[in-house]
Design a protein around this ligand. Structure first.
Ligand SMILES: [Zn+2]
Length: 179
């Protein structure tokens, strides 16, 4: 009941007391202490139902918080090893990165020294340039058919009994030429 409804009820029941419950609802109690003209919610059947619902809600809340704890523990136990391996990989990547940076620094230092040398040589002997000359390179490998023994009576068809497989490839050689 709101205040107006409750005060109407109180007026109709001399000796009654107008009061307010925890939820802020107004209610009226008769001289005998029993509720007078109270809201339908205060009837015993509904009050019982309300109580049951409150109990059920409390149960559900408890189950929910247990479930949350369970989920948290599950997530923790699954994520932790993954997180640890990611951290280890990350540390490895950082280490490699540092090593690469050191190599870059060393290379830059070497390059600076080479340029100084190049300038000094050019001053003394004249400018030179590096030309790329293409060359044919022969390489010898053990014949894959006869295993290098040339076959029976030197009859391996692949290496003509030499035991060697000779292959040629084009490559580029760098040469210094004075201008
Ligand atoms: Zn052969």
């Amino acid at each position: 009941m709101n205040y107006q409804e409750a005060s109407e009820v109180a007026k109709r029941n001399p000796g009654s007391i107008l009061s307010r419950d925890e939820s802020g609802e107004f209610y009226v109690r008769g001289p005998d202490g029993q509720p007078v003209g109270g809201s339908p919610l205060k009837s015993p059947g509904l009050a019982h139902e309300l109580k049951e619902k409150e109990t059920r809600i409390a149960q559900l809340e408890q189950e929910l918080s247990k479930l949350r704890l369970h989920v948290d523990a599950e997530v923790e136990s699954r994520l932790k090893p993954r997180l640890e391996s990611i951290e280890a990989e990350w540390a490895h990547v950082q280490k490699v990165k540092t090593q690469l940076q050191q190599q870059v620094d060393q290379t830059e230092t070497s390059l600076r020294k080479l340029r100084l040398l190049e300038a000094a040589y050019a001053e003394r002997f004249g400018a030179a340039e590096v030309k790329e000359v293409s060359v044919t390179v022969e390489s010898r490998d053990v014949c894959s058919r006869c295993g290098g023994d040339g076959g029976v009576n030197g009859g391996c068809g692949k290496c003509d009994g030499t035991g060697w497989a000779i292959s040629q490839r084009e490559t580029v050689r760098e040469e210094v030429q004075f201008k």
